[in-house]
Design a protein around this ligand. Structure first.
Ligand SMILES: [Zn+2]
Length: 488
């Protein structure tokens, strides 16, 4: 309970109001609940409604409950305008915590809540205990509620087998054995709470004196086909383990504790983890070939997050792995579009050293500013007739337009607006090359855009279309790798 709420109760008491307390999970609210709340309100002037958190319900009734998340349950009761205050009851609170904290004038409950002995003990904390009969046991809504709950339990039973074999497969893949230290056994155990029975993922961290666990959650009504085949329906109904965990932790801002996960976090989760202050991540598995993993690794190394694969317990030096996008077998460059020998030599030498000439750490020109995804510099060799020409290049090793995430596009838009405003650019064009350089005309593969403003009364050209082969007057030398004493 917040201090504000405690204060409100104190003020109500000072006003001579009779304070009532009624508690429950209020899951799948039905007519019985409503009658119960109304009766409780009649017995007092100021009603405090205690509501069990999702976690508290889950620990008592299993993962199938609650059906309605706490935020919605709370909003529902709030909208009824019966409760003066709604207090969320957390998992780790001691027995009768709320009762002892409020010491209500009247505690409203039903017979099943307390034993006769407990009712006697409660008198110590409450002036009066009002035991109401169970409301509307047999109402239609209560029946529907029971059907929904049992249907859900049945579905969860159905997926149990698949889930267990997925967990066994994971253990085999990572060579799991009894020597694995904590929290790994607990982490693996918590996978049973996942509802993604094809690819369960778990995450955990130690916070506020205890371990907290999260698992990926798929809406269990999603058809098996969509989960197995990872269709759009799957992606739109899944909550990642890291997010599930962070939601349980509530409002933490500086989570500077080791973070454990069975699968390397995707780039979206990585962003959230970084926001939450996580500095070190241990993981059991990874999909380094997936674009989300590449982006996530790049993001982690850019922000100085330590990432360690824990089945080996060795810190692996993580450098983003980049797909070689065929075109003449070069990773970062496309020599046929080079215009001059000097330019070609520089490109070739960088490539030979495994350096991307357009990476922010190697680019040989001043960087004006960086955002989460892009860095911006002025073109050293602007086109003819140009007043201003900015290069906006990806901070990450991204070479394929398909790897530009929605957040990155969004960020690019902001960059353009910022440049237009800061440099008072009256008009021009935003040019973005993509794909096969033989068509795009680019000599460097890392994705980049140009923001170009021409001089007044002048025309300028931004050309696309490239070459298949090296220009006749240019030559590729043999010993690029030997430069700077670095060999490939
Ligand atoms: Zn994720």
């Amino acid at each position: 309970m917040t201090n504000e709420q405690l204060n409100e109760i104190k003020l109500a008491r000072q006003d001579g109001k009779k304070i009532g307390l009624v508690q429950g999970s209020w899951d799948l609210f039905h007519i019985g609940h409503l009658k119960y709340l109304k009766k409780a309100k009649e017995l007092c002037d100021f009603l405090v409604v205690g509501m069990d958190s999702d976690e508290k319900i889950r620990s008592r009734k299993g993962i199938s409950r609650p059906i309605i998340p706490e935020t919605e349950r709370e909003e529902f009761i709030d909208l009824l305008a019966i409760a003066n205050i709604i207090v969320l009851k957390l998992l780790d609170e001691p027995k009768w915590h709320l009762i002892k904290e409020i010491k209500p004038d009247v505690l409203v409950c039903i017979k099943e809540n307390y034993s006769d002995e407990e009712l006697e003990q409660l008198k110590e904390y409450c002036s009066e205990v009002a035991v109401l009969p169970r409301q509307s046991e047999t109402s239609t809504s209560d029946k529907i509620r029971k059907i929904i709950i049992s249907e859900r339990n049945k579905k969860l039973k159905d997926i149990e087998g698949d889930l267990n074999s997925s967990i066994e497969n994971l253990k085999q893949r990572i060579g799991y054995n009894d020597d694995f230290p904590e929290p790994l056994p607990m982490l693996i155990e918590s996978l049973k709470n996942s509802t993604d029975y094809i690819c369960p993922v778990a995450a955990c961290c130690y916070c506020n004196g205890e371990w907290h666990f999260g698992t990926n959650q798929v809406d269990i009504n999603t058809p098996k086909y969509d989960i197995q085949n990872r269709t759009e329906l799957y992606y739109s109904s899944v909550e990642h383990a890291e997010i599930n965990l962070l939601k349980k932790l509530g409002n933490v801002s500086n989570l500077d504790v080791p973070f454990f996960t069975t699968l390397f976090p995707c780039d979206k989760c990585m962003k959230v983890l970084i926001d939450k202050g996580v500095k070190e991540i241990f993981y059991l598995e990874d999909h380094p070939e997936r674009n989300w993993s590449k982006r996530s690794h790049a993001l982690a190394s850019q922000k100085g997050i330590k990432t360690t694969r824990i089945n080996t317990f060795e810190r692996i030096e993580e450098t983003p792995v980049v797909d070689n996008i065929d075109m003449m077998g070069y990773k970062f460059i496309y020599p046929p579009n080079a215009r001059e020998q000097e330019q070609l030599d520089i490109m070739m030498s960088m490539e030979a050293q495994g350096k991307d000439p357009l990476a922010p750490e190697y680019i040989n020109q001043e960087i004006l500013f960086k955002t989460d995804f892009w860095f911006i510099s002025k073109n050293r060799f602007p086109y003819n007739g140009v007043e201003a020409q900015f290069l906006i290049a990806s901070l990450y090793p991204i070479y394929d337009i398909n790897d530009v995430s929605p957040e990155m596009w969004n960020d690019l838009q902001k960059v353009c607006y910022r440049l237009i405003e800061e440099y008072k650019l009256p008009g021009g064009a935003i040019c973005f090359r993509y794909g096969n350089p033989a068509y795009s005309g680019s000599s460097l593969k890392r994705l980049h855009a140009h923001l170009i403003t021409p001089k007044q009364d002048e025309k300028t050209k931004f050309t696309i279309g490239g070459h298949q082969e090296l220009r006749k007057e240019l030559k590729i030398r043999k010993n690029y790798g030997d430069q700077d004493g670095e060999k490939q």
